[in-house]
Design a protein around this ligand. Structure first.
Ligand code: DC
Length: 223
């Protein structure tokens, strides 16, 4: 049992700000479960795109969303019982996910599933609207940022390590495009909650970011 048990910590920020890596490390250190909400949006986007369901509101999308089931298992996302985890981090899904994530009905579909993950152990929830929409009552809200250039560089290195061929300029353009869609959409746009702590990670290593957050979490627990 840990003394951090029951804490609800939200970590929001743009693509490439290091949210998932940092959240995973915090989860291990604190013994609090981790929820990667991007994986849920990616799983639904993958499923709908594969079925040629256009990313627009309307009866076709309504019918699909009414019929589909999304479930979380330890580090896996199941859509209609199919484990789609291995497909959701591809450039193909990168290219379409923001458009699906901007749809209000799709966001509504995932709301309860996300909230249901916050149990007695607490939760570290990583996404875009964790502190503003999904868990406005969180114990601690963090908003991680980094410049577009730094985020593109991180993503480019990650893609190269996976053997994908692309230029840094292409990745930077994709980062700009996704930032635009995620920030300008009408429902739950990417935005720091008024009571979030904003941390700019430019020039900081993952370990440094994790240490700063651990200090904040310890301070919050003692208040
Ligand atoms: O964090 P990520 O790159 O895996 O997120 C994938 C997409 O899903 C991204 O376009 C933003 C969107 N998203 C969202 O709108 N709300 C969330 N809570 C998490 C992700």
């Amino acid at each position: 049992m840990t003394s951090f048990m029951g804490m609800l910590i939200t970590i929001d920020g743009p693509a490439g700000s290091g949210k998932s890596t940092v959240s995973r490390k915090l989860s291990e250190k604190l013994g609090i479960p981790f929820l990667d909400t991007g994986a849920l949006y990616r799983a639904l986007a993958f499923f709908l795109h594969r079925k040629n369901v256009p990313s627009m509101e309307g009866p076709v999308l309504d019918a699909e969303l009414a019929a589909v089931t999304v479930k979380l298992k330890t580090s896996a996302v199941l859509v209609n019982g199919e484990d789609v985890t291995q497909f959701i981090r591809s450039p193909r899904v990168d290219a379409v996910v923001s458009a699906y994530a901007a749809l209000p009905s799709l966001r509504r579909k995932l709301l309860d599933l996300q909230r249901d993950q916050a149990g007695e152990l607490g939760l570290i929830a990583d996404g875009r609207d964790m502190g503003t929409v999904v868990f406005p009552w969180a114990t601690l809200k963090i908003f991680l940022t980094a410049s577009q250039e730094e985020r593109a560089l991180r993503r480019w290195k990650e893609l190269r390590e996976r053997g994908e061929s692309c230029t840094l300029e292409e990745v930077l353009e994709e980062v700009r495009r996704r930032d635009r869609i995620d920030s300008e959409r009408e429902v739950a746009p990417l935005r720091a909650a008024p009571d979030a702590v904003i941390l700019d990670t430019d020039g900081l290593s993952i370990e440094e970011v994790v240490q700063r957050l651990l200090d904040m979490i310890a301070a919050r627990r003692n208040t």
